[in-house]
Design a protein. Structure first.
Lengths: 195, 193
């Protein structure tokens, strides 16, 4: 049902598992590469295979710093904006050949240890979003994540509204990770089409 | 603001509660997105499971969700089966053309969408003919949100012709990059006025 067409979130992030409280700087310095993620498993699985925390390449897509919130516990938090002025954005989904496609990215005013964007492409159904594809892109010591751009072959499926949804994360020089979510669609304009 | 004054009263109470509980939640927890752009902020963790949603005191079953348990590292998802049709949705009155969704978690979603439908697909018997959709952070004249001690409230203006409404809740997952977003959706039928 749900496929990560290229790279995929899981791969792009190395199926990253954030263990809150991990020391950030060493992991950041250990990050080997940059760019879109490798091929990987489908985004949604019932029993995802994840690397142990110590082998995770880099914690991203998160927001917490030193404190360690446990799942399900409402945590106090502040809303300190990104010191590096990082902003995320999602373009409107559009038709590209036989594909539905969307681009997401984030940019900062100054270079930060890591910038990452995960973008998801959804097809709008009456009961809610149906996830079709995902992609991620990241850079280290940079001001931009560059584009994450999932796409999905929509030939012959009929007319639908497509929605893009991005999760953005920056690991900044203060050791804190900051996140934002963005989305975009135009209805019934560019983002509603028949392939 | 086109919403009726009585709608503002509970919103005011909710807002007051939000201020009173500011040590737990921030009004800026919901990261608004305008024209697909947003500033990055520190964020909260999502609830363990799709939250319970009530409308007019009635629990509204989940239509669909995609979730991830960070402790067991398992993902789960749900889509409505063929038995979920328009007539099976929880019926609410939407008096004065307003709906209040009571979300059973104080964690504010990163995004709240509300869709309306004014017809039924004759083939599938599911809601169709979308009347419009709102993103609450962008359509504040028609959709208001607030947080209390243990709930998030969404109050939305209902189009006159709407017969069904679907609430979509999105939460960012700060722990698991392979599942960066959770969502759950809930549908109600609206009694004719």
């Amino acid at each position: 049902m749900k496929s990560a067409k290229r790279g995929g979130v899981a791969g792009g992030l190395g199926a990253l598992l954030l263990v809150v409280g991990t020391v950030l700087a060493p992991q950041a310095s250990a990050q080997p590469g940059e760019g879109p993620g490798p091929e990987t498993n489908p985004l949604i699985t019932t029993a995802p295979v994840l690397p142990p925390p110590e082998s995770a390449p880099m914690p991203v897509s998160t927001a917490f710093a030193e404190t360690a919130p446990q799942g399900g516990v409402v945590q106090p938090f502040d809303s300190v904006p990104s010191p590096a002025g990082c902003t995320g954005s999602t373009d409107f989904p559009h038709k590209s050949g036989v594909n539905a496609s969307v681009h997401g990215r984030m940019t900062c005013t100054v270079a930060v240890p890591r910038v990452e964007t995960v973008t998801l492409l959804y097809r709008d159904r009456w009961y809610g979003p149906e996830q079709l594809a995902s992609d991620s892109s990241w850079r280290t010591n940079n001001t931009t994540s560059q584009d994450a751009h999932p796409h999905w072959n929509c030939s012959g499926v009929g007319t639908y509204t497509y929605k893009g949804y991005s999760q953005h994360a920056s690991l900044e020089s203060d050791g804190v990770r900051y996140t934002a979510t963005t989305s975009n669609w135009q209805d019934p304009g560019v983002s509603r089409f028949d392939c | 603001m086109n919403m009726r004054p009585w709608v503002l009263l509970p919103v005011g109470l909710v807002a007051a509660l939000a201020v009173a509980c500011s040590d737990r939640q921030s009004d800026e927890a919901v990261q608004s997105t305008e024209n697909g752009r947003s500033n990055l902020m520190r964020t909260d963790s999502p609830p363990r499971s799709p939250p319970v949603v009530e409308v007019e005191g009635k629990v509204v079953p989940v239509l669909a969700y995609e979730w991830f348990d960070n402790e067991s590292r398992t993902a789960s998802s749900l889509e409505p089966g063929p038995d979920v049709i328009a007539s099976s949705l929880t019926l609410v009155s939407a008096a004065d053309h307003s709906l209040e969704f009571r979300i059973g978690s104080a964690v504010r979603p990163s995004m709240v969408n509300v869709k309306f439908f004014n017809g039924t697909n004759p083939m599938t018997e599911t809601p169709s003919e979308e009347e419009g959709s709102l993103t609450c952070s962008e359509d504040e004249e028609k959709c208001l949100t607030g947080v209390s001690l243990d709930h998030v409230h969404v109050i939305v203006e209902v189009p006159i012709r709407a017969r069904y409404s679907v609430l979509e809740l999105f939460y960012p997952n700060p722990f698991q990059g392979s599942h960066p977003v959770f969502f759950s959706t809930y549908g109600v039928g609206i009694e004719p006025q």
